[in-house]
Design a protein around this ligand. Structure first.
Ligand SMILES: [Zn+2]
Ligand SMILES: [Zn+2]
Length: 222
């Protein structure tokens, strides 16, 4: 239940990868320079928004590591102690729709793990890093996943929904693991999850807030 969503949205800053030689082109279309992040951006309400994203399709979320976790599919379980369910429930719906459009678009509407084409519903998945010493859980990357890959990566949740077997089959198909590798991978993921679930992490969500998106703190629903 999203009882706590504030629907007032701030216009999202979309950062663009503009080579120096093309800076005037971007500027003339209304892109602005952000001296803090040393990067060009446009506001999503810019009337040239669509044209700019075509000219400069390489969109950046400030601080994002788009190589984080590679493009492999793996089981990635969120610690039980984490209040944050997903970006979707923590930002206004308009912001969410804009953000996911960007994420799907820059992935050419293809699942970034299995390469499945747009026939299957895409979803945006958060990848986190965990600093277990300083207890910081940091959002590193937003990745476009097809529904099946997303179900597999959240295997714990899939099991609760009765989709565990299906999720494991898909995981095996995409990774090419043999049965032994598959079991080891799953066991390790759950072991890590148990270890992390006793920690209370401070969340680092600058990946979202740096883009001008306001966070709402939801009531944990799972
Ligand atoms: Zn996929
Ligand atoms: Zn996810």
């Amino acid at each position: 239940m999203n009882t706590n969503i504030n629907n007032k949205t701030v216009s999202t800053k979309v950062y663009l990868n503009v080579p120096y030689s093309r800076k005037d082109e971007a500027k003339n279309m209304g892109a602005k320079w952000d001296p803090d992040f040393k990067s060009w951006y446009m506001l999503e309400n810019n009337r040239n928004f669509d044209k700019l994203t075509l000219l400069f399709p390489d969109i950046i979320l400030i601080g994002e590591d788009r190589t984080f976790g590679g493009n492999q599919l793996f089981v990635d379980l969120i610690p039980k102690s984490c209040w944050f369910t997903n970006v979707r429930y923590c930002i206004a719906e308009d912001d969410w729709n804009r953000l996911r459009k960007i994420i799907y678009q820059r992935a050419n509407n293809v699942c970034e793990c299995c390469g499945e084409l747009n026939g299957k519903w895409l979803e945006a998945h958060e990848r986190w890093s965990y600093d277990d010493k300083n207890k910081i859980q940091k959002l590193e990357r937003l990745i476009a996943l097809c529904k099946d890959c997303h179900t597999s990566t959240h295997l714990g949740y899939a099991q609760i929904k009765g989709l565990g077997e299906y999720a494991v089959q898909h995981l095996q198909k995409v990774t090419g693991f043999n049965n032994k590798q598959l079991q080891e991978h799953i066991d390790r993921a759950f072991e890590t999850w148990r270890e992390r679930s006793v920690n209370e992490y401070t969340l680092d969500l600058r990946l979202i807030t740096n883009s001008g998106i306001k966070l709402n703190f939801p009531i944990r629903n799972a």
